[in-house]
Design a protein around this ligand. Structure first.
Ligand SMILES: NC(=O)c1ccc[n+]([C@@H]2O[C@H](COP(=O)([O-])OP(=O)(O)OC[C@H]3O[C@@H](n4cnc5c(N)ncnc54)[C@H](O)[C@@H]3O)[C@@H](O)[C@H]2O)c1
Ligand SMILES: O=C(O)CC[C@@H](O)C(=O)O
Length: 529
């Protein structure tokens, strides 16, 4: 089998690279600082790429990256990656959202302290052999009010640490529940203006989005307390750099600590050179500990995606905890099997897919199972162009309505049932997952079974009369097809039955035609699951 090709284009830890290189089925290239033109020329050869924050993974990039299946972002923010473009193409984007947050929180605090105590200005003075303490007086953080914009992972870590400094912490984040504010002992600001009016120090920890770019500009700075101190260890441009530079010159802003700038990695900010400004070149995640965690974790995720496994940190899939994922694997396999049956047994284009989850199955992350059903449904007609990432989009672009229903309740049997409609014709299939995570097919077209799906299966509808099984066995035997398992189900009042056989090898078209021609066989389909 051909080896999958991975390229690492930005620096990750040696441990991460070693992990990739230890995979026998991967060919790994590590090449940093590749000029953009050259990268676009070579990226078409690779199945996976690992980047950090500098590489722009955009439309132009995707057009060149014809074989790409996964983008690994060694870090947290994905603002350099066009997620929609990846989703459209079925490319999975993975990141390491937890691995560097402690380092980023600590660096935030470092910048806060350095800018409040003129550390950089003091160092420059000493380097020019000047010992002049009168112009270096700083301020304490003790009993001051810290305003946090964005109370997510890093905002929360900063909160806990600055509460130990006995700062009063207030925060503005309209997207998190009040309970989190309460649990952290943080005063909730209903509006940004509320925070601006109260805070002595402001630190921002939001992602870079349409809503957050230039979130703090000229007007917002006017609403702050005179002499406010700012920190940004999130993304360049959340504070408008020109407005902050002007406000520093006017004395409205006393200092700013910045790890990030709008123009990285070639900064041209008006803040550069101001003595009230402490700057670092996006070092928030650059610690030994964070880089080890990031490198190992991104390598593992990329390997898992290439091996067809689900990963907890896929940015363009619903987020799951690793424990939740464990309990899902059998359901994802079941969903794909149920979906795959349709286009291998029927020809009519699908209008609607209805999925009902019953009993324990209803308590799972069902959107993911529905995606696996859609992936299975479209697999026979789209092959590798459909996967868990773009399965929903594939349904939408084909005008297929997808409806999910749930029937909770401990007393209910664990069951996933699928009804696929084409005009007024319907196709149904259902299954369950055993406690050992093995999927079982329990119903196809109203016939009931308890069958563990296998790679190759024959489904044959027949008249419910003696001799049918014998005829099938003889014919398959003559064609050297070994039957591994067989179940027959009947609908007594109709005189109809359906056999499902799992077989050890593919069944040739000619053999299938002979089966379909047997006396009493109504239809015969060979399916690959
Ligand atoms: N400097 C570095 O090296 C470094 C390292 C890691 C992360 N980061 C950056 O730090 C930032 C925060 O990361 P995180 O892991 O804490 O993210 P997170 O997703 O855990 O938290 C972000 C929070 O921002 C909130 N938010 C979003 N839009 C908002 C708005 N308009 N107003 C107020 N709140 C809003 C969200 O509700 C969320 O709670 C990101 O921009 C990330 O890229 C930087
Ligand atoms: O070091 C990097 O690649 C950026 C780190 C950080 O900004 C992140 O979002 O993880």
């Amino acid at each position: 089998m051909d080896k999958k090709k991975v390229i690492v284009v930005e620096r990750i830890s040696d441990k991460g690279v070693e992990m990739l290189k230890a995979q026998p089925d991967l060919e790994v290239t590590v090449k940093f600082d590749i000029p953009r033109e050259e990268l676009l020329k070579i990226v078409g050869d690779y199945d996976a790429i690992i980047v950090r924050s500098v590489t722009k993974v955009n439309e132009e990039f995707y057009q060149a990256a014809r074989n790409l299946k996964v983008v690994g972002r060694a870090g947290n923010g994905v603002d350099n990656i066009d997620i929609e473009g990846a989703t459209k193409r079925g490319i999975i984007v993975v990141n390491t959202p937890e691995a560097n947050v402690i380092s980023a929180a600590e660096h935030t605090i470092g910048l806060m302290l350095a800018s409040c105590r003129n550390t950089v200005k003091a160092q420059k003075m000493i380097e020019s052999r000047v010992w002049d303490r009168k112009n270096l007086k700083g301020v304490e953080l003790y009993h001051k009010t810290l305003g946090i914009i964005g109370l997510g992972r890093i905002g929360t870590l900063v909160t806990k640490r600055m509460q130990a400094f006995e700062m009063k912490v207030i925060a503005y984040d309209p997207y998190i529940p009040d309970s989190r504010f309460k649990r952290l002992g943080v005063e909730k600001c209903e509006t940004l203006d509320d925070l601006l009016a109260k805070a002595d120090v402001i630190t921002i920890h939001t992602p870079k989005t349409e809503e957050t770019i230039n979130m703090i500009g000229k007007e917002e700075l006017k609403k702050c307390k005179k002499g406010v101190r700012l920190v940004n260890c999130a993304r360049g441009g959340l504070y408008n750099e020109q407005a902050v530079a002007d406000a520093i010159k006017e004395g409205q802003v006393a200092s700013i600590g910045l790890d990030v700038l709008v123009d990285e990695p070639k900064p041209i900010s008006p803040l550069i050179g101001l003595e009230q400004c402490v700057l670092t070149p996006h070092l928030g995640a650059d610690t030994v500990e964070a880089q080890d965690k990031v490198g190992i974790s991104i390598a593992q995720e990329v390997v898992n995606v290439l091996n067809g496994q689900m990963v907890p940190n896929a940015v363009n899939l619903p987020a799951l905890h690793p424990q939740e994922l464990e309990g899902m694997m059998g359901y994802l396999q079941l969903g794909e099997c149920l979906g795959k049956l349709y286009y291998q047994m029927e020809k009519d284009p699908v209008d609607k897919v209805e999925v009902v989850y019953e009993g324990p199955a209803a308590n799972l992350e069902t959107t993911l199972i529905t995606r696996s059903i859609l992936k299975g449904l479209f697999d026979p007609i789209l092959k590798e162009r459909v996967n868990m990432v773009n399965a929903e989009l594939a349904a939408e672009t084909r005008g297929v309505a997808v409806v999910e229903g749930k029937m909770n309740g401990e007393e209910r049997m664990n069951r996933v049932s699928v009804k696929i409609s084409s005009g007024n014709k319907t196709f149904t299939a259902a299954g369950m997952v055993a406690p050992d995570e093995t999927p079982h097919i329990t119903e196809v077209q109203g016939y009931h079974y308890d069958l563990v799906p296998e790679h190759y299966m024959i489904l044959a509808k027949n008249d419910d009369k003696p001799g049918m099984i014998g005829q099938m066995g003889t014919l398959l035997g003559a064609a050297h097809v070994n039957i591994a398992n067989m179940q027959v189900a009947r609908k007594p009042k109709t005189g109809n039955a359906m056999m499902i056989m799992t077989v050890d090898s593919p069944v040739e078209k000619a053999t299938l035609q002979m089966i379909a021609g047997l006396d009493g066989i109504q239809s015969a389909d060979f399916v690959t699951l």
